[in-house]
Design a protein around this ligand. Structure first.
Ligand SMILES: [Zn+2]
Length: 160
């Protein structure tokens, strides 16, 4: 889960709710069968908002904080079913491992290209460091893709 803090710059004005001296476990899932869960930095610095994004379902939720003992310390949300495999998705949810997927990017002529690519992060003593999205080039080489903006799983029958 990606957690981003938005600081409101304000200190709390009211007293905390004495019923929750150890924080609140927020359940926003409404009893959904599939859920995602994350712990939150607790207590929050002061009044503000945590933006929580689930990389699996791409659901974004905002949770307010006050910098008090009754702040949320965890949140559970309903996990949306994943989009069908032919739907293009935001790169936030792209697999950051060696899985081959399809990505779309703009080439140097600003034309949208679709290629098979995978995330890679390596190098070291033997070769220069590399980190990012790469497609095959020739028999054994790889070329980096500057800034892909969408991805989807390999389509049925695609050779990986
Ligand atoms: Zn989720």
């Amino acid at each position: 889960m990606k957690i981003e803090w938005r600081d409101s710059g304000r200190e709390p004005r009211c007293k905390p709710d004495p019923a929750f001296p150890q924080g609140v476990d927020l359940d926003l899932s409404a009893g959904a069968e599939k859920t995602c869960f994350t712990e939150l930095p607790y207590p929050a610095r002061r009044c503000g908002l945590y933006i929580i994004e689930c990389p699996t379902c791409e659901l974004r939720t905002g949770v307010t904080t006050a910098g008090r003992p009754d702040d949320p310390r965890s949140v559970k949300m309903a996990c949306k079913p994943l989009p069908p495999p032919d739907v293009w998705r935001s790169m936030v949810s792209a697999p950051m491992n060696a899985t081959w997927v399809e990505v779309k990017y703009l080439d140097h002529e600003n034309k949208e290209q679709t290629v098979q690519a995978h995330w890679a992060n390596g190098g070291g003593d033997e070769q220069p460091r590399f980190r990012g999205w790469f497609r095959r080039a020739g028999d054994s080489g790889f070329v980096g893709i500057p800034d892909p903006h969408a991805w989807r799983p390999l389509q049925k029958g695609d050779p990986a």
